[in-house]
Design a protein around this ligand. Sequence first.
Ligand code: FE
Ligand code: FE
Ligand code: ZN
Length: 275
Amino acid sequence: MLYIGCHLSASKGFLAMGKQAFDIGANTFQFFTRNPRGGAAKAIDEKDVKAFLEFSKEHGFGKIVAHAPYTLNACGADERVRNFAFEAFCDDLQRMEYVPGNYYNFHPGSHVGQGAEKGIELIADLLNKTLFPKMTTTVLLETMAGKGSEVGRTFEEIRAVIDRTELNDKLGVCLDTCHISDGGYDIINEPDKVLEEFDRIIGLERLKAIHLNDSMNPPGSHKDRHAKIGEGHIGFDALMKFIKHPALDGLPINLETPNDIEGYAREIAMIKAAY
Ligand code: FE
Ligand code: FE
Ligand code: ZN
């Protein structure tokens, strides 16, 4: 089963996102929980949420993915940065329960010179302070390109965060194809090997969502610049081969390619035709 969608603007609410997704041929989507630069989140409109839940059920949507703001850095060196991460994360997790059973994806963080080990410790700290037993949301650690001091470039770093988190049955992973290619995993020539490695180190049962992006840069470049599908270094065929792997069956796959809504509609149609 293919659940394909893209990143949408959340400004008009859940039902509007559901309808927009449906209009462009999608059956899942991703959105920011708040302005990516931070700041307060919009109040939840329970009527809107209810209408969305009905709409998505009626149209057979897969799970949806909320994305934490980019500025959220669980392992910043500055305490204010970590406090913002804590506040936003807590608040987002509470709000996610209005759309139960979905995903909340975040960038593990940048250790800004403190070292990956310290970064991992601080990220697990945040998770240990914010995850709660009754939550229905699964929190996803996104695989990163390794730009600057990003934590999460390797499967081992992600595993280390999971291992240090008490309620780690609430954790999963979102694999970003641009990021892992930039991070040095050869999904172009050896997609099966990459997933085998994922399985060995993290476990494929943790793989919950995909960000489908081509990359403007060659493998191992640690740059994180997304390209349109088929217009980057990974290429259309390699991306299609990757998402057809049985381990990815039924996962929400979201595009974060540099596109307007028409561009997303075209990419979704292209992917569905080749799936
Ligand atoms: Fe992301
Ligand atoms: Fe991503
Ligand atoms: Zn990216």
